[in-house]
Ligand binder design. Structure first.
Ligand code: ZN
Length: 196
């Protein structure tokens, strides 16, 4: 079997100064957003269902538990709360921890709900750390649209893994953020690592 070595490597492009070729993303599925992410296919389902600004029965965090884990990107189901991957991830492995009950504000949640949101958040940290070897986390809740909640009507806690190298120049310079893993693969890896 031929083995590629530095000595044997012959670039296909014969132009000596040819740099990397960027693919024009305009023909790919998805809707451009602020970050112009390089990969978007899983977002299409979400966008087609009109779930970005839900109202009433369309609340994605009420609908998600009624779907299969693979479809809803649920990683873990607890008694009062569950964890799923964010369809609009800030980083690969960005999880949301939600109560099943449709409540908007943290002080509307019961002690059982806040308790399980806390324990799922702790487990999520351990699972994400074991799978992705990240260096830190951002954890928190945006309460109300004015505070930045994308889906303000249903409480959700963000668990965002951070790497020392993730603050690269792309989002700042080009508003482009490359997500290195497909959401489905990330969900499977986290679900497999979740303690039972
Ligand atoms: Zn809801």
């Amino acid at each position: 079997m031929a083995r590629l070595t530095l000595d044997s490597y012959e670039p296909h492009d014969e132009r000596p100064d040819a740099g990397p070729v960027l693919e024009d993303p305009s023909h790919l599925a998805g809707v451009p957003d602020e970050f112009q992410r390089l990969w978007t296919p899983h977002r299409m389902v979400y966008i087609q269902q009109g779930q970005q600004r839900p109202s009433g029965d369309d609340c994605p965090f009420c609908v998600a538990p009624t779907l299969a884990d693979e479809e809803s990107l649920i990683v873990h189901r607890g008694v009062h709360a569950y964890a799923l991957l964010n369809l609009f991830p800030y980083n690969s492995g960005h999880l949301l921890v939600c109560p099943y009950r449709h409540v908007s504000l943290y002080d509307e949640a019961t002690a059982e709900e806040t308790g399980e949101i806390a324990t799922i958040t702790q487990t999520a940290m351990r699972v994400v750390r074991s799978v992705s070897h990240n260096d830190g986390f951002n954890i928190g809740m945006n309460q109300g649209e004015i505070a930045g909640a994308g889906i303000a009507s249903h409480l959700h806690q963000h668990v965002v893994p951070r790497w020392r190298a993730d603050a690269n120049f792309l989002p700042i310079i080009a508003k482009t953020k490359a997500l290195p893993q497909l959401l489905g693969e990330v969900r499977q890896a986290l679900a497999d690592a979740w303690p039972r």
